[in-house]
Design a binder for this molecule. Structure first.
Ligand code: GDP
Ligand code: IMO
Ligand code: MG
Length: 437
């Protein structure tokens, strides 16, 4: 029997967003990093913008995991991620300028796919052709690059090591331009990153050398062996559950599985090896881009959230749509991800509101429900509970017990509504402004 006993492997923990992205994943991954040997991104690409602040410095990461600031921790860009060498090169330069060393502490999966300049071109022409039905894409080429992956036309990091890379690149480029011509007479008129397409393509080609210098791995073997050796791994999500390709408000979603299941595909981890699932949410809600948002505010309160919370996109600079916390979506996200503990961000932004509203159900086509309807749109109305607000500025607070009674009541109300404990409350963008309960 001995031989049949399974070897005990460390399980991989997961941190992911429970709303429409920008929950503060970067900040919390950075805070948790000292407790992990490896941080691994499992999906998405440079549509992500993860902000980390400490010692008066601010960094925004798009492709590189947020564990990069701790020299002891390895960072892995998994097979489920899509990589734009141009963006990655800029990110590496930004880190170098900030005094952050990147070398053997960053590993890239050979199976991760490449975002080509023509993917960005296609993203732009598809968005334009949708008119007022546009997704509000970040225009980073995400949809077209994942489309090529699924239709078995993609180029992968491992292809950079092969002799026929250039031929494969040319073939993809031609195919994409043929498609683009159906939407635009002259693709050269479309600018990418503020450059002409041709200038961008040249910059992209030049950036390949930075990517080639990074250490490549068969990350599924690397991570599974690390787990067997007892290493602690945290998987870092990008975007949020409500932008998931299957479970988000389709078609106003991104093109990857942002949920816990994405960890299995995006890193090569068996479901039984998933450990804790940290679900992160803002004390209110935001969304960038188009699509349903039942608790969206169009009044003064929404403006206050945007201003106080500095709700402008980390990747595109676009103003984020703001609204009250939405319990039904939170419960939905907890169910889909098997969240074991919650992390509540930006509690400080709610200071000064006399009353805080929380959606506890929806009225959809005249029927009361606490489930997200298939076609949630302008006709889905949020049904609210009122909570008493607090005046105190939370910025310098460090202990949960010292927080205003109304905030503690707000946290308790959320915990009781969703049935999962809140273990961390964040009260400011800095690493230090993080309160463990
Ligand atoms: P991510 O994409 O989930 O990593 O989140 P983003 O970085 O796009 O957006 C979160 C924004 O909120 C960033 O500007 C953070 O610096 C900031 N932030 C994070 N936590 C807090 C907090 O508790 N309070 C405030 N005021 N800002 C925060
Ligand atoms: P992080 O990781 C917020 C949104 C876009 C758009 C939709 C599709 O920083 O939380 P895409 O470029 O993926 O085709 O855009 O998804 N979106 C995000 N919103 N945070 C993100 O990432 C996002 N990544 C994509 O605004 O509505
Ligand atoms: Mg972001």
């Amino acid at each position: 029997m001995q031989g049949f006993l399974m070897q005990k492997v460390m399980r991989i923990d997961v941190l992911l967003g429970l709303q429409w992205g920008d929950e503060g994943k970067g900040k919390i991954v950075d805070v948790l990093t000292p407790g992990y040997d490896i941080i691994a991104r499992f999906q998405g690409g440079p549509n992500a913008g993860h902000t980390i602040e400490f010692d008066g410095k601010k960094f925004v990461l798009h492709t590189i995991p947020s564990g990069i600031f701790n020299r002891e921790t390895l960072n892995v860009i998994g097979n489920g991620v899509i990589i734009d060498p141009f963006v990655l090169k800029k990110e590496l330069a930004m880190l170098a300028e900030g005094g952050v060393e990147v070398g053997d502490n960053l590993l890239v999966s050979r199976k991760a796919h490449l975002i080509l300049p023509t993917h960005r071109l296609l993203d732009a022409v598809y968005e334009k052709s949708r008119g007022d039905q546009r997704i509000g894409s970040t225009l980073k080429g995400i949809g077209p690059a994942y489309t090529d992956k699924v239709s078995r036309n993609g180029l992968r990091i491992g292809d950079l090591e092969s002799d026929d890379f250039e031929a494969k690149y040319r073939a993809s480029r031609e195919r994409h331009l043929k498609i683009a011509r159906q939407f635009t007479e002259d693709h050269r008129a479309i600018s990418v990153e503020g450059m002409s397409f041709e200038a961008y393509e040249e910059a992209w080609m030049n950036a390949l050398s930075a990517l080639k210098q990074l250490k490549k791995v068969n990350s599924e073997y690397f991570l599974n062996k690390a787990m067997e050796a007892g290493k602690k791994i945290l998987a870092e999500g990008a975007q949020g559950t409500l932008l998931d390709i299957d479970f988000g408000s389709y078609p106003f979603v991104t093109s990857s599985n942002t949920t816990a299941a994405g960890v299995c595909n995006g890193l090569g981890i068996a479901p039984k090896n998933i450990g804790k699932v940290f679900g992160i949410f803002k004390a209110y809600c935001t969304r960038v881009g188009s699509g349903p948002f039942p608790t969206e505010l169009f009044d003064e309160a929404g403006e206050t959230l945007r201003k106080t919370g500095r709700e402008f996109g980390a990747t595109t600079g676009r103003p984020r749509r703001c609204g009250w916390l939405d319990i039904p979506t939170l419960k939905y996200a907890i169910m889909l991800n098997g969240v074991t503990e919650l992390i509540m961000m930006k509690a400080d932004v709610l200071s000064g509101f006399a009353q805080i509203k929380v959606a506890t159900a929806y009225k959809h086509k005249g029927v009361l429900t606490d489930e997200l309807p298939f076609d949630a749109s302008g006709t889905t109305e949020a049904v609210y509970s009122m909570k008493k607000g607090w005046e105190q500025n939370l910025e310098g607070m460090t202990e949960f017990s010292r927080l205003p009674a109304e905030l503690k009541d707000y946290v308790r109300f959320i915990e009781e509504s969703v049935g999962v404990p809140v273990k961390v409350v964040s009260v400011g963008p800095d690493r230090s402004q993080t309160i463990r309960k």
